[in-house]
Structure formats: structure tokens, C-alpha cells
Ligand binder design. Structure first.
Ligand SMILES: Nc1ncnc2c1ncn2[C@@H]1O[C@H](COP(=O)(O)OP(=O)(O)O)[C@@H](O)[C@H]1O
Ligand SMILES: [Mg+2]
Length: 477
């Protein structure tokens, strides 16, 4: 078992866990997205700048190659025209222009006369094939990165030589790298911002949770009147509501428990007092006085019965609470059932000088129900009606069949129930203003049994005028 202290530490840990989870999750997503974007960006940069350079080279070299084609097919090595052109080529500082023969030898070049070097970079091969071709390569001597575009010198589809223009990529690469650095810095800033935002965001979850935690701990220590202030209209607000509700339900349970104990002990005391009183009277009294002994024993039996009945009620109650009440369902004719119950009840009513009237249609449809449980329902209601009816009044029991329901009304002209008690009267152990015997559990049991039958139980009453109890049960279809 964890002690309170340990538990507290665990809670704190799990709170900072939320922060870490949020930050790590956000950061991972951001970094992955940025990584992909960066790859794309780098690719784009190189492509953009390199193809710009290539385009420039290609345009220039095409013009030059076209110009040169005028001097062919004469022997190019003795031509003054090309030599002059190359010597005076505009852009000499930036570009290297070369005239190359079909064997790949450099004949004329802006960096001096043909050095008889043989060039075999891929662009030469492409140009020999008749197309403008580019190549990016490292100069083996200087290890510099270069780009070259070669263009064939053509006269009537015959290739006489190659013009080649090349330049260094060092400056372009430096510029591209510069851009990449800038983009990395911007991405770093964005990631940092996201970390800050997610920390702030996690605080908006953790702080209210901590507040809730503090109150929930108070509740768990028994301060059931502590309430969490609902500040947010989201899942956290809902959690506050749920905890508040839980506390109020726990409070109710506590209340119920103490009501139960006080009500039950009170109800048990009365019959027990009377049983003890009569037992003592009989024991100390004149056992020969048969009349008195008999009367005493009768009271003892009556009170013992009452105790048994109360214990039965309590057992039913606990079965209902635990959801352990099982119904034994059979088709029942409600007129027959009530006739049976009333035949027993008539005597009781007669003693109290209360009349019972029973009205019903000739025939009603069967319902599906548990015979004994429904009997218990009607006995409880009739018991109440009789208990709260003054002498010389009548109790009306009527049955109606309306659509697919059987309705039983039990109407008395007794004490009635005060309107402030009415809403709570179905609750267990609630007796309202009643000073009469009873545990206050009867209507609670009635309610549960009727619900188990898929029916409805309503009670209407006017104080000092009378009460109407209505049971609706679905008919067997
Ligand atoms: N027919 C009735 N007339 C007046 N009050 C009634 C009637 N039925 C029930 N009540 C009120 O409802 C309370 C709860 O009834 P019930 O659950 O049967 O408990 P109990 O009969 O043990 O008091 C009674 O204590 C009484 O105040
Ligand atoms: Mg009762």
C-alpha cells in the first residue's frame, strides 16, 4: 500500500509527465516536419541556382556555337576569326570558353592557346551526340566544383567541333549554404517557440488538475461538503462536475446510513419494549390468570411478527440495492390478484372501521409479473392507505386498462402528505411527518419492484385531504 506521501509524489510526477509528454510529442512532430521541409528546401535551392547557372551557360554557348558554325568546314586551327573571338570574349573573368575538336582536344581557350589537353567530361560526349549537354564535376587538380555546358558546332547536321563554356560553382554553393543556415536558424526559433507554447499549454491542463486534486483529496478525507469551482467548460470542467456529484452522492449515502440507523433502531425498540414488558408481566404476574396471559402472549406474537416483517423488508431492501432481486415471471390476471389480497385486507379494514371499494372492468389483459412481489407492492400501498385513513372513511381500489397498460389506483381520504414531503416520499427511510409505525422503507421497495416490472409508480396527495397512489404495469403482448 502506498502511503499518502508516496501517492502525492506519484501525482506530482504524473503531472509533470503530462508536460513532458506534450512537449516531446509536439517537438517530435515539429522536428519531423521541419526535417522534411528542410530536405525539400535544400533540394529546391540547389536545383534553382544550378539550373539558373546552367541556363545562362547554355544560352551563351548556343549563340557562340551558332556563330562559329559560319567558319566551318574550313580547318579551324588556322582561323583568325575564332581566335579573335575567343581572345575578346566578354565574360572571360567569369567563364572559361573552349573550342574543342572531335577528339576532345582543346584547340582554343580563353585562358590561353590550346594546351592540347584532352577533356573527357560527360558534357563532351553529349555534345558529340549533337545536343547541348551539361556536366557538374570536380576539377581533379584544384578539387573545385565546376559546371560546364558543351554545344556542338554544326553545319548541315555535320558536327565539326564543340564549344564548351564552364564556370566555378564555389560562389553559388556559398550562397546556397548561406540560405540553408538562415533557414535552420528560423526553424530552430520556430521549434523553440513551439516548446514554449506547449509548456504553456500543458500548464493550462496541469494547473486546474492540481486545483481539482487538492479538493478531491479533501473529499477523500471525508470533507464531503468541499466543492470544486467549475472554471472551464471542457473535459476538466466535466471532471469537476463529476467529482462534485460524487461527493454529494457520498454525502447522501452517509445521510441515508444515519437515517437508516436511527429509523431502524427506533422501530426495533418499540416492539422489543413491548415484548419485554409483556414477558416480565407474565413471568411476575399470576400465571393462573389465563385471560391476561393469553392477551400478553398475543401481543408478544404480534410484535414478533412485526419484527419479522421488518427484517423481511430490510432483506428485500438489501437485495434490491445489490441488484440481487430475481423476478419469477408468469402471466397474471390483476383482478384475481387484487381480489385475493383484498379478501385478506377486508378484516383489517373492518377493525379500523374503514371501507374498501373495488371497481374494475369485467375482463382485463394479463400482465407478466412476479406474483409474490406484486402482492408485496399492493399490500404495502394498502397498508399505508389504511394506516393513514381515519375511521368512517373509504379506500377506493380501481383497475383500468388503457391502451397497453393496466392502471391500478388506490385512493384514500386520509391524512395526505405535505407537499414538501411528496418529492422525497419514495426514498428509503423517508417518513415525512408520519408519527406512525413503519421503517419508511415500504414505498422505496414498491418503487424498485414496479421499475423491475417495467412499470410506473406515482403518488399524488393533498395534505389532510387524501392520497392517490397509481401503479401502471405493461400488459403482456
Ligand atoms: N396513503 C398515505 N397517506 C398519507 N401518507 C402516506 C401514505 N402513504 C405513504 N405516506 C407517507 O409516506 C411515508 C413513507 O411510506 P412508507 O415508505 O410505506 O414507509 P412507512 O409506511 O414505513 O412509514 C410514510 O411514512 C407517510 O409519511
Ligand atoms: Mg408503509
Amino acid at each position: 500500500m502506498a502511503t499518502d506521501g508516496e501517492r502525492e509524489i506519484k501525482l506530482l510526477k504524473s503531472n509533470s509527465g503530462i508536460k513532458r509528454r506534450l512537449v516531446v510529442n509536439y517537438l517530435t512532430v515539429i522536428l519531423v516536419v521541419m526535417f522534411l521541409l528542410e530536405i525539400f528546401f535544400v533540394f529546391f535551392l540547389y536545383n534553382f541556382y544550378y539550373s539558373n547557372v546552367e541556363q545562362t551557360l547554355s544560352n551563351r554557348i548556343s549563340v557562340t556555337a551558332n556563330f562559329f558554325s559560319k567558319y566551318f568546314p574550313a580547318d579551324i586551327s588556322y582561323f583568325e576569326g575564332p581566335k579573335k573571338y575567343i581572345e575578346e570574349y566578354q565574360g572571360k573573368d567569369e567563364f572559361l570558353l573552349q573550342l574543342i575538336n572531335m577528339q576532345g582536344k582543346v584547340i582554343l581557350s580563353t585562358n590561353g592557346f590550346g594546351d592540347n589537353r584532352t577533356i573527357n567530361t560527360p558534357d563532351i560526349l553529349g555534345a558529340l551526340d549533337g545536343k547541348n549537354t551539361k556536366a557538374i564535376y570536380h576539377d581533379p587538380k584544384t578539387n573545385e566544383k565546376l559546371i560546364a555546358v558543351s554545344s556542338p558546332i554544326k553545319v548541315d547536321k555535320t558536327i565539326f567541333g564543340i564549344m564548351r563554356l564552364s564556370t566555378s560553382l564555389t560562389d553559388v554553393d556559398a550562397m546556397i549554404q548561406n540560405r540553408i543556415w538562415i533557414s535552420l536558424i528560423v526553424e530552430g526559433l520556430i521549434a523553440g517557440l513551439f516548446v514554449l507554447v506547449s509548456i504553456f499549454f500543458s500548464k493550462t491542463i496541469i494547473n486546474p488538475l492540481n486545483e481539482i486534486n487538492v479538493i478531491a483529496k479533501k473529499m477523500s478525507k471525508g470533507q464531503l461538503n468541499a466543492r470544486i469551482e467549475k472554471k472551464y467548460n471542457d473535459e476538466i470542467g466535466e471532471l469537476s462536475d463529476t467529482l462534485n456529484y460524487m461527493a454529494s452522492e457520498m454525502f447522501k449515502v452517509q445521510q441515508l446510513k444515519s437515517d437508516f440507523i436511527s429509523s431502524i433502531s427506533h422501530e426495533l425498540r418499540t416492539p422489543l419494549t413491548s415484548i419485554r414488558g409483556w414477558s416480565e408481566t407474565i413471568l411476575t404476574g399470576d400465571l393462573e390468570n389465563k385471560e391476561e396471559t393469553k392477551q400478553g402472549l398475543q401481543v408478544i406474537i404480534k410484535e414478533a411478527n412485526r419484527l419479522t416483517q421488518m427484517v423481511e423488508e430490510l432483506l428485500d431492501f438489501s437485495r434490491l440495492e445489490g441488484g440481487r432481486m430475481v423476478l419469477h415471471l408468469t402471466p397474471l390476471n390483476i383482478i384475481e390478484e387484487l381480489n385475493e389480497i383484498l379478501s385478506v385486507f377486508h378484516y383489517k379494514a373492518l377493525k379500523e372501521k374503514v371501507e374498501i371499494e373495488f371497481t374494475h372492468p369485467k375482463e382485463v389483459s394479463d400482465i407478466i409479473g412476479d406474483k409474490n412481489r406484486l402482492k408485496q407492492v399492493f399490500i404495502n400501498i394498502l397498508d399505508n392507505a389504511l394506516k393513514f385513513s381515519p375511521p368512517q372513511t373509504a379506500i377506493l381500489v380501481e383497475i383500468q386498462e388503457i391502451r397497453n397498460r393496466i392502471i391500478v389506483n388506490i385512493i384514500d381520504k386520509g391524512l395526505g402528505i405535505a407537499s414538501e414531503d411528496l418529492p422525497k416520499i419514495k426514498e428509503k427511510f423517508y417518513k415525512g411527518k408520519s408519527q406512525k409505525q413503519g421503517s419508511g422503507i415500504g414505498l422505496g421497495i414498491v418503487d424498485e419492484i414496479v421499475k423491475l416490472h417495467g412499470g410506473e409508480f406515482n403518488i399524488y396527495s393533498e395534505f389532510e385531504k387524501g392520497t392517490k397512489v397509481q401503479i401502471q404495469l405493461p400488459i403482456n403482448q
